[in-house]
Write a protein that binds this ligand. Structure first.
Ligand SMILES: [Zn+2]
Ligand SMILES: [Zn+2]
Length: 338
């Protein structure tokens, strides 16, 4: 008989409210669940969107946190492949149907039935413990420390998945738009995948840093001369920004057969010249997190190539200050709460 003790969490009790200490009774550990003692949480902008109910799917009290690393403390009776004490992580996807063609391919992010978000209707990682289906617990490779691994579980997979999908050959030209939590990881992954990487940013002072992350070139998004020079060159342009940008300018940077992929979530309308879309065989795509196949691969790839996010750590007791910092765009580039 598994004993239930309450989990100690940080929760928003109402829409937009600051987080406070709160405890809840977890659902009983089911046969396929794993329970972990949480050690690290990456802080993703989505946690703030959820706190503020920006997408009308939040339920309160809300315990956010979906870049979670912890150690296994309990296993459901049917769980295989994990042991007490294993270091595992959880990302955005909590559950999916497991039987549709997409799930069978390891692409649970496009499950035909729709997947369940880790913190949509359920409590997430801003707590001392978490219980989730063991199928969505990812072993963290030894070569990755827990603080570095946490942001890979959402930010990392969000850029890895489209890079992995659209980089077709070594030396492909890949542009990364925006150098932030997502963008700086995209530069690192694209470089390690063998691409020729250009960082596009509106902040010219980020050039040195972008090159340290692995960018071969830097292009100031607001410099018409530089943009003109880069036009029609990129095989893949990965946008990681969540603000509205000049999409026609982005589209113009694509080479023939080029793909403009949006991994950020701007709420705007694309205005695209269709003649160029057809005659230059361009494509526009969206990408949302990634399924189990790419998640496992990404963690191994990151460990092998030592791809780690640039992080600052803060104690979880300062979670509200950390959220303010993300809102003010002052995190460099990811905050990990310990
Ligand atoms: Zn996220
Ligand atoms: Zn499915």
């Amino acid at each position: 008989m598994v004993q239930n003790t309450k989990f100690q969490a940080y929760a928003s009790l109402k829409v937009g409210e600051k987080l406070q200490q709160w405890e809840y009774e977890p659902a009983p550990l089911s046969r396929n669940d794993v329970e972990v003692e949480v050690t690290h949480n990456g802080l993703c902008h989505t946690d703030i969107h959820m706190r503020d109910n920006d997408w009308n799917v939040s339920k309160f009290p809300l315990v956010a946190g979906h870049e979670v690393v912890g150690n296994v403390t309990q296993l459901g009776e049917e769980v295989t492949g994990l042991q007490i004490g294993d270091r595992v992580g959880f990302g955005w996807i909590r559950n999916s149907c497991r039987v549709c063609d997409a799930c069978l391919r390891g692409e649970e992010n496009v499950c035909r039935q729709g997947y369940t978000g880790l913190i949509v209707g359920n409590h997430g990682g801003f707590a001392n413990k978490l219980r989730v289906s063991a199928d969505f617990a990812y072993k963290i490779p030894d070569g990755l420390d827990s603080a570095s691994a946490a942001p890979l579980l959402c930010a990392g997979i969000t850029v890895y998945s489209p890079l992995r999908t659209y980089i077709k050959y070594p030396g492909a030209k890949v542009g990364v738009v925006g150098i932030g939590g997502l963008g700086h990881l995209a530069i690192k992954f694209a470089r390690a995948m063998g691409a020729e990487v250009t960082a596009f940013s509106t902040s010219p002072d980020k050039e040195a840093e972008a090159k340290e992350f692995g960018a071969h070139h830097f292009c100031n998004w607001k410099n018409a001369e530089q943009i003109k020079e880069a036009s029609a060159t990129q095989d893949l342009l990965l946008s990681t920004v969540s603000s509205e940008i000049d999409w026609e300018q982005a589209f113009g940077l694509l080479a023939k057969n080029g793909v403009l992929c949006l991994a950020g979530l701007p709420v705007s309308i694309l205005n695209i010249p269709l003649l160029s879309l057809v005659f230059d065989q361009k494509a526009i795509a969206g990408s949302v997190v990634g399924g189990r196949r790419f998640m496992k691969e990404m963690l191994e790839f990151a460990a092998l190539h030592q791809i780690k996010p640039m992080i600052e750590t803060m104690p979880i007791s300062q979670i509200n200050e950390a959220m303010d910092k993300v809102v003010a765009n002052k995190a460099r580039y990811r905050i990990v709460l310990v």
